[in-house]
Design a protein. Sequence first.
Length: 337
Amino acid sequence: MKAIIPVAGIGSRLRPHTHTQPKSLVPVAGTPILGHIIDRLVAAGIQDFVFIVGYLGEKIERYVRRCYPKLRTEFVVQEPREGIGHALWLARDKFQHEQEPVLIQLGDTIVDMDLRQIINQPGTVLAVKEVKTPSAFGVVETGAGGRVTKAVEKPRIPKSNYALVGLYRIDNPAWLASALERIIEEDRRTQHEFYLTDALMVMIEQGAEMTTWVVDSWFDCGRKDTLLEANARLLNRPENLEPTEEYSFPNTVIIPPVSIARDCHIANSIIGPNVAIGERTIIQDSILRNSIIGSYSELRSAVMHDCIVGSDASFRGLNHSLNIGDNTEIDYTVTGS
């Protein structure tokens, strides 16, 4: 089976972190988002990959070739970027002649599961999850026997709470390529973009049978809050909760789960829980929890929670020496207008 991974997006909701790197290379729980995706696909037995790149695509290609040199990889450039449906249409020659099903996974989505459960299902399977705000996603409606009867991108009045999570097992790649061709020819757009959801609806209208697979753990890593949630959830896997003796830093308390990369220098600090720190970062006199800290950064006298700090960043907080008498109150809180 071949995996198709669109990773061309600009990642505007994760600015400023995506000014200098693609969204799919933003780290979560010590590994880039794309690394989590590839690792799960490889664990499921997939060795053939097509990456659809665009914004800072050369960085994605370098990362894949450096970290996964044994995989069979192809890269397609999407320019201009007009949505996921457009991206897949540009890459159609890489999969439309496949005799086997293909797996499509969006490059900013981590589905924390054994993907063989979906790969081994018959027919076309769409991974879904029940959400509270379905109008923000592509959603599906199902009928008798669980068969998908409708797929709608960002409906104004949703008739289903089951959102597409960005993972699709396509049983007939040629049929999908034909449906993508049709939405491009008819200029069928949703909010000015071509969506895969609309191509799936074309297939359904033509009689394609599709079923759903409800997933438990799905992380849409396109925003700060969901990225931090993914970081915490992935760090809280059972294997990460075991006491760690490998971390030995002077006058420092480590509260699992954490991920600390190699060659970090940490002193006089409290780290954790739910903190991921990139390699060769310096942290002194600081308290960190529920945060992601990039590589080659430096934090001194920092008290941080629910923060994302990029690579090569520097932060120095306040460090006071005080002599405070009885009945004294000092408030350093800064309030805005």
